[in-house]
Unconditional design. Structure first.
Length: 374
């Protein structure tokens, strides 16, 4: 009887432990919220620790704003204390985590993997963010686009920190470079890391369908037909390759342009293609033209293109002329140096000869004086 009782008690304890563990797992699961950001990334948030972890590969530059998604599950913006980006992510934008309307941002730490190539977003709103754990070295960090932001210079950056690699099983081709067909004869490629837009093809870059493609399909890494996924990008460098003959109204009205490359094949640039500037504004855009200055003057350029016409023009023959000038100047300076060296040599020889003559004359005088005394 005692033996049976002890068996029953042991079984009861065992059953209680199982039920307790199940309840703990259930409670733990209730404290972790997870979901999908884009086709190549997921997230999980631990309510207890306040840690938000983003997993995946490639670019997660666009997608739903997580703070809004978490808010629907009773998680407030101030509940997010730490952000962990796993290895495999290459471009990260803080605007994925916090919307521009979020207040009381309390995030204090961010962990970034060595795979990160570019970081962006409104980090100025993260007033409590003091520490960044980074998986690479200091040299690696200096190569990350956006790492030179003044906000980061005030933070404690810890280098060579172990960072978990992607555990989602998501894999595939990295998505930082996107190519779109604008029309039957023209396509464009955009690099989300360098922010360079390249136009390829033949014919006119028109204003209707092509511009719609540029302003919608190119500007999003998610669903191009859903405003829910749209994130507008910047164009820093626009490269138009040979074959394009005409640039049209509204093609490149982007304030952040740093350089424009135009081929000789372009004969017409319609009005308001690159945008206008006020009378007191100066354009800092570098304009590289594949032809000569004479060819440039033959292009029909419409009004309201001061962003282009006030830029710093570089022609194909400019560098050659400068190079020729530099070479001729170098040659002249080299000849002058040789002449100067030759003159110096002559002066030295002449001086030495004069010294020898003076010494010889002095010796003769001494000899004559001795003979006269004898």
């Amino acid at each position: 009887m005692k033996k049976l009782l002890s068996i029953l008690l042991s079984f009861a304890v065992f059953l209680s432990l199982i039920l307790l563990s199940c309840s703990m797992v259930s409670a733990s699961d209730g404290n972790v919220i997870s979901g999908k950001i884009t086709d190549n990334s997921t997230y999980s948030f631990d309510k207890n620790s306040g840690e938000l972890t983003i997993d995946g590969y490639g670019m997660i530059w666009t997608g739903r704003v997580l703070s809004e998604d978490l808010y629907s599950q009773s998680v407030k913006t101030e509940d997010i204390k730490k952000l962990i980006i796993k290895g495999g992510i290459t471009i990260f934008d803080l605007d994925i985590v916090f919307s521009s309307y979020d207040e009381n941002i309390r995030i204090s730490e961010i962990t970034l993997p060595k795979s990160i190539k570019k970081i962006s977003g409104s980090f100025k709103t993260c007033e409590l963010l003091k520490t960044i754990h980074y998986g690479g070295t200091k040299d690696d960090w200096n190569k990350v686009i956006g790492s030179d932001d003044k906000v980061f210079s005030k933070m404690n950056i810890q280098y060579s920190v172990p960072v978990e690699k992607s555990a989602t099983g998501l894999s595939g081709k990295e998505n930082e470079v996107k190519t779109e067909k604008l029309s039957e004869n023209i396509s464009c490629t955009y690099n989300y890391i360098t922010e360079e837009l390249v136009i390829n093809g033949r014919g006119e870059l028109k204003t209707n369908e092509e511009n719609w493609q540029l302003s919608r399909l190119l500007f999003t890494a998610g669903d191009p037909y859903s405003d829910y996924y749209t994130r507008f990008v910047n164009f820093k460098d626009v490269v138009i390759n040979d074959g394009i003959t005409k640039l049209c109204n509204g093609n490149f009205q982007y304030d952040n342009l740093e350089s424009i490359t135009i081929p000789e094949s372009v004969k017409i640039i319609e009005e308001n293609c690159f945008g206008t500037l006020s009378a007191d504004e100066d354009a800092s855009v570098e304009v590289y033209y594949a032809g000569s200055s004479d060819d440039w003057n033959k292009i029909e350029i419409g009004k309201y293109n001061e962003m282009l016409t006030k830029g710093k023009l570089h022609f194909a023959d400019s560098s050659a002329d400068k190079a020729d000038t530099f070479e001729s100047t170098s040659a002249i300076s080299t000849d002058n140096e040789q002449i100067e060296k030759s003159n110096n040599t002559i002066y030295i020889i002449a001086g030495a000869s004069a010294a020898i003559v003076l010494i010889a004359a002095a010796v003769l005088i001494v000899i004559r004086k001795k003979k006269s005394k004898q």
